[in-house]
Design a protein around this ligand. Structure first.
Ligand code: NAD
Length: 256
């Protein structure tokens, strides 16, 4: 379905980004990976699906590096047809203890990076009269949790950005939507489980059950494959008029 298209997925060396990159590659899209850590294995896994895979290590907190990544993608593949803004970090503390530099980092990586990638990708999408921007927000884009001020602010912000750009592109073949996952068992969440286990003297399994029980009525993690499936749907013709949504995949979290 996506043969000949190019998808750039930020933060795709692990977790949700990698899962979405694989799902898009399975539909034939060439992939530009981004993120920290080992990229050779993810790149080889994508290439094994029979598409072209490239990697750019831009730090999403640095606008000049984002600019360089977008130019790199265009030089390799002509243009970015599908942009998935996924890179994200978490920091947990009460507001009075929240280090200002952590606030700045969460806002830069989880929100401002999407402003930069989107402003740089949309002109070519408009010209082609086809494009998809998929922002990975969160249940925290719709509701809050204590001690996550920067993350919740960034995720509410990206839902707002999604709606605004969806309106600006509404008369074109470019759609802009957000996906709002609940808990997904990735390194980002494993760290929160490990912290809880250490702080409360629980086993890792108990900490996992508590984490789910607090928020996610299904008591099951959302999987990266489920999120990949939704991203593929948003790229399909059936989703041509899905514009500006913030789509929960959260086991009922935000239905409460
Ligand atoms: P993860 O830690 O597994 O992956 C994060 C990715 O972002 C990695 O590839 C990492 O290298 C990259 N990254 C981090 N800082 C970066 C930077 N400065 N520049 C470039 N890349 C950077 O996390 P994940 O759980 O897969 O999270 C992916 C996205 O999904 C995030 O935006 C997160 O907020 C969102 N999300 C996650 C969950 C969850 O339960 N895991 C739930 C809702 C939303």
């Amino acid at each position: 379905m996506l043969k000949g298209k190019t998808a750039l997925v930020t933060g795709s060396t692990s977790g949700i980004g990698l899962g979405i990159a694989k799902a898009l590659a399975q539909q034939g899209a060439n992939i530009v990976l981004n993120g920290f850590g080992d990229f050779e294995h993810p790149k080889a896994d994508i290439a094994a699906l029979g598409v072209k895979a490239e990697y750019h290590g831009a730090d999403m907190s640095k606008p000049a590096e984002i600019d360089d990544m977008m130019k790199f993608a265009a030089s390799k593949f002509g243009q970015v047809d599908i942009l998935v803004n996924n890179a994200g970090i978490q920091f947990v503390a009460n507001i009075e203890d929240f280090p200002p530099e952590r606030w700045d980092a969460v806002i830069a990586i989880n929100l401002t990076s999407a402003f930069h990638t989107t402003r740089l990708a949309v002109p070519a999408m408009r010209k082609a009269n086809w494009g998809r921007v998929i922002n990975i927000a969160s249940a925290h884009g719709l509701v809050a949790s204590a001690q996550k001020s920067a993350y919740v602010a960034a995720k509410h912000g990206i839902v707002g950005l999604t709606k605004t750009v969806a309106l600006e592109t509404a008369k074109t073949g470019v759609t802009v939507n957000a996906i709002c996952p609940g808990w997904v068992l990735t390194p980002l969440v494993q760290k929160q489980i490990d912290d809880r286990s250490a702080k409360e003297g629980l086993s890792v399994a108990q900490a996992q059950t508590e984490l789910l029980g607090e928020k996610q009525p299904s008591l099951q993690f959302t999987t990266v494959e489920q999120l990949g499936g939704l991203a593929v749907f948003l790229c399909s013709p059936a989703a041509d008029q899905v514009r500006g949504v913030a789509w929960q995949v959260d086991g009922g979290w935000t239905a409460q």
